[in-house]
Design a protein around this ligand. Structure first.
Ligand code: GLA
Length: 395
């Protein structure tokens, strides 16, 4: 049962001409331009970003494209190739909670721009995306960054890419109501082709870490389990609140400040036992990110495999955000010869990243597909993650 889709960029969405044609068919006029921002997969550094910690994501070839033109009547009209119904938002009454469905993300970006003091008006937007939705691969960050960059260019705002990421995070936190960290938006905005982004979320200092896995005879598989468990949103907010409480109780401004050498003593000082595993995950995960970066810098990509699997165990046992489907992918992939594997993104479903020798990828994908079939689960979707470019104008 071959399930490995190894296509790389450009993905299913149309080129600029096709985007312009589709825009004209919906709105009757020409777009002023076409912008694109990718989804991401995180190599390691999970649930560290809202603890001021380290992350190492890469951009996927899967991306969201937006053809846009300004309007002068204060209305935001959005059509998507993936949505049956278009949406129209009156920007005069734009407050959190006033927009439902996927249009919440473009509306959130306009809201965040206005909050930041930019006097931006309405627009017509045509959106096309091949970033899997609900797969933990940051489809919402891709949409926010593509719309944000379009607005920045159309209104001459000159937003730098990290500013764009912060704006998109503000949109998501303040308008869409998702208390996420900054990793997804920074990855979508700032990643470079052929590299992973080593990001310090405390000050947004970042370095592109070359990731030419093919040259080393390796590849990175993404296995999208195609499940998203209901508790995902509430549990994310709970984990975040737990980490912030642990930091406060330890007299720190964020758990990032705790080094592995001080971990045991800190755990012993924490009065609430329930906060100990959360704290241990964040501290050990930050250390794993730094170790992975050192190994990649030293030209030893195979060496990172065990750290990926350790990271998964920590997310499963200490942070408690994995689930039966992601645990099974990790176990089966490793048994089938993977060098390492871990869930990626927020958890409770979503995707797993698997590091494998090139020649083993099909066998691993097949073993995972067979294991899902044996459980009676819907087949997972597996593809190769080629580190791709961040947000940009296409035409
Ligand atoms: C989601 C959030 C990110 C990050 C990850 C977990 O993707 O949007 O900010 O917290 O979960 O690492």
């Amino acid at each position: 049962m071959p399930s490995l889709d190894s296509t790389s960029a450009p993905h299913g969405t149309g080129g600029t001409d096709a985007m312009a044609r589709a825009f004209r068919a919906r709105f009757g006029g020409d777009p002023e331009g076409v912008w694109q921002a990718p989804g991401r997969v995180n190599l390691i550094g999970e649930h560290t970003d809202y603890n001021d910690g380290f992350v190492l994501p890469l951009a996927l070839p899967h991306a969201t494209r937006v053809a846009a033109a300004r309007r002068t009547d204060g209305r935001l009209r959005v059509h998507s190739a993936q949505a049956a119904q278009p949406a129209e938002v009156d920007l005069a009454g734009l407050v959190p909670g006033s927009v439902e469905g996927w249009a919440v993300y473009p509306a959130a970006v306009v809201w965040a721009l206005r909050e930041a003091g930019h006097e931006v008006g309405g627009a017509d937007l045509y959106v096309d995306s091949d970033v899997p939705v609900g797969a933990g691969l940051s489809s919402s960050a891709a949409l926010e960054c593509a719309v944000g960059l379009a607005y920045s260019d159309l209104h001459g705002l000159g937003l730098e890419l990290p500013q764009l990421a912060l704006l998109a995070q503000r949109a998501e936190n303040g308008f869409a109501g998702v208390p996420c960290g900054v990793m997804d938006q920074m990855a979508s905005a700032c990643c470079a082709a052929g590299a992973a982004l080593f990001l310090d979320t405390r000050d947004l200092s970042a370095r592109q870490v070359p990731l030419d896995l093919a040259a080393a005879g390796l590849l990175l598989l993404v296995v999208d389990t195609q499940v998203k468990h209901e508790l995902a949103d509430g549990a994310y907010a709970e984990r975040r609140a737990g980490c912030e409480r642990a930091a406060r109780l330890l007299g720190l401004s964020a758990l990032r400040e705790l080094e592995p050498s001080g971990l045991e003593a800190a755990l012993a000082r924490l009065p609430e036992p329930g906060l100990r595993p959360l704290t241990r995950h964040v501290v050990t995960e930050n250390a794993r990110v730094r170790q992975v970066v050192s190994l990649l810098d030293a030209g030893d990509p195979r060496g990172i495999g065990p750290l990926l699997t350790e990271g998964h165990a920590s997310l499963r046992d200490d942070f408690a955000v994995s689930c039966a489907e992601t645990d099974l992918v990790v176990a089966v992939a490793n048994r089938a010869g993977a060098l390492g594997a871990r869930m990626t993104g927020g958890g409770f479903g979503g995707s797993v990243v698997v590091l494998a020798e090139l020649g083993d990828a099909d066998r691993i994908a097949e073993a995972v597909a067979d294991a899902f079939a044996a459980e009676g689960w819907k087949p997972p979707r597996t593809f190769t993650a080629v580190p791709s470019e961040g947000a940009r104008r296409l035409g």
